[in-house]
Design a protein around this ligand. Structure first.
Ligand SMILES: [Mn+2]
Length: 561
């Protein structure tokens, strides 16, 4: 394995927080670190905002039957629940019907939902976080007397022509933030409604907006998104009763990190949404809407769904990996048994077991179509896959994670043609700067630590590349309960830590561990190591130690080879 390093900072640039933020596109560092919301956009800049306000107000005043169609992800559920709570707070006697997709269908393109909506004779249908793309169905609804309000953040090839569309991606908006989540757009709309109605309801929904920014991976190098996420992380104004229970149950601390939210809270909600238990999906959505007689029980159940999803994925991979076609450049697994909504998780799990090798996992369906997911560590692009023999389509924004539809009769040709590609398997990493181990300025340790809990999508790495670490295997300590962490001491003070598998311990460092934990050094020739990681400070019993927390490394050579 080799590392390909790109330095973000120029060689002579001062390495400090100010310049780091400038590279991320943020110049008001004070506002970023302690957001006041001063750059939050004005919702009156949305195209169609007045039409939207008038339409919504009309239906509130007329006590209309209102439907809300929830998109099948956390952004969809949060935006649906804030509309629901808004309407009920305005007038709790207004009847609201909530619609949920069974699978991955979207908007009124979902036949089952569309037919239900037609049959229900709604006065108003609201679609948050979806619905921008034109279909021939908007007009049918309008002709039947159902008004349509779309509050979305997706680009569309052709935008709807009937109904009212409020979308932060429209060209005709004035100074509207293009990075808002679907729940963000919905919240902005409701904040304009507040003014119109002379109330202040929308302030209670900021917690869910913060959640949606992280669940939809919206960029955080954006003052407004940062503002919502900051409020969530600081646990300021957590008003949603289910979110409160989820945080209290699974991340009980004074302040959250973006990782706590993205890796602990959000997967539990997503596990429910991906499941096929419609009844509990409804129950969770209603709890987000503030309707439950036991929020704690719902939060607990979400954790169980996450656990059983994890077990399903693990056992599916264990039981089916022998049926996968494993080639030089691709792992291909087609199955008729798999739950379609888990294909991405399964592909990710398999790819992870094979050094992030490109992996396609798809469910065999009718007409020789197999629909599923592609995952990899950034070695093949979506456009390359899209052009391959036997690929009907490849959709999604991400190059490393997208949906695919393949012709199952052409599996062998697809497998062979991907394996014939010449791929670059080096690990490409961005770092702030590369430096020699002897030249690390001592005051650089800890400078970026304040950012540890707040970074995420759109922000740059705070890693450094440190070269020319010369060490003999006998100077390496192997520590940790599982003996999977290597500790090096540089000179007499600074230390490096990193996790290594036993295999690599032997291969890269010539260290063999016996089962009883005895360490054998087979070869003590000096090694030259390059590492990529964080420069931190560890404080233990008031003693400060500089440390490098290594994420990746490369042993350049045995110096005497
Ligand atoms: Mn969304």
């Amino acid at each position: 394995m080799s590392l390909k390093i790109r330095n973000i900072f120029d060689e002579y640039e001062n390495i400090d927080l100010y310049n780091y933020f400038r590279h991320c596109g943020i110049t008001d560092v004070r506002e970023y670190l302690n957001p006041s919301g001063k750059y939050n956009c004005n919702p009156y800049g949305f195209k169609n905002i007045h039409e939207g306000i008038n339409l919504f107000k009309y239906h509130l005043l007329n006590h209309s039957l209102i439907g809300v169609l929830a998109d099948g992800d956390v952004d969809g559920y949060t935006s649906t629940s804030i509309i629901y709570r808004y309407i009920k707070r305005y007038d709790k006697t207004i009847k609201i019907k909530l619609y949920l997709h069974d699978g991955k269908e979207r908007g009124i393109a979902d036949d089952k939902i569309y037919n239900k909506i037609l049959a229900d004779n709604l006065d108003l249908l609201i679609i948050p976080d979806a619905g921008s793309e034109k279909t021939d169905r908007e007009k049918v609804l309008l002709d039947k007397g159902t008004d349509l309000l779309v509050l979305d953040h997706h680009d569309a090839d052709e935008y709807i022509e009937h109904g009212v569309l409020i979308n932060n991606r429209l060209e005709d908006n004035i100074d509207i933030d293009r990075n808002l989540s679907g729940c963000g757009v919905t919240y902005k709309f409701l904040s304009a409604m507040d003014k119109e109605l002379g109330v202040k309801f929308s302030d209670d929904f900021i917690d869910l907006v913060g959640l949606s920014v992280l669940s939809d991976s919206m960029p955080l190098n954006d003052y407004e998104n940062r503002y919502y996420v900051y409020k969530l992380l600081k646990l300021q104004d957590i008003k949603n009763p289910l979110l409160y229970e989820l945080i209290y149950m699974y991340c009980n601390k004074d302040e959250l990190t973006t990782k706590d939210v993205s890796w602990t809270i959000i997967p539990k909600i997503n596990a429910v949404i991906r499941s096929d238990n419609t009844e509990f999906k409804q129950k969770m959505l209603l709890a987000f809407c503030g309707r439950s007689d036991d929020f704690e029980a719902v939060a607990k159940e979400c954790g169980k769904y996450h656990q059983s999803q994890y077990e399903y994925v693990k056992s599916f991979v264990d039981n089916n990996i022998d049926n996968a076609m494993i080639g030089e450049n691709i792992i291909l697994l087609l199955s008729s048994e798999m739950k379609r909504s888990y294909s991405g998780l399964i592909a990710g799990s398999i790819s992870g077991r094979y050094n992030n090798k490109p992996t396609i996992v798809a469910k065999l369906g009718k007409d020789n179509e197999a629909i599923g997911s592609f995952r990899d560590g950034g070695f093949i692009s979506r456009n390359t896959i899209k052009e391959m023999v036997g690929v009907n389509w490849a959709k999604g924004h991400d190059d490393n994670a997208f949906a695919v539809n393949i012709d199952s009769t052409k599996t062998n040709e697809l497998f062979d043609s991907i394996n014939a590609l010449k791929l670059d398997y080096s690990t490409k990493l961005d770092v702030i700067q590369t430096m020699m181990v002897n030249n690390i300025p001592k005051d650089l340790f800890g400078v970026f630590e304040p950012l540890n809990g707040i970074l995420g999508e759109g922000m740059l790495t705070t890693d450094f590349c440190i070269k020319n670490i010369r060490i003999k295997p006998r100077e390496i300590k192997v520590i940790g309960k599982k003996l999977d962490t290597v500790k090096l001491t540089l000179g007499d003070k600074d230390v490096l830590f990193f996790k290594v598998s036993r295999e690599k311990l032997t291969k890269d460092f010539h260290i063999v561990l016996d089962d009883d934990g005895t360490i054998n050094y087979n070869d003590n020739s000096e090694l030259n190591i390059t590492v990529v990681g964080q420069l931190g400070v560890n404080v233990y019993r008031e003693k400060k130690t500089n440390q490098i927390l290594v994420k990746d490394y490369e042993v350049i050579s045995n110096v005497f080879d």
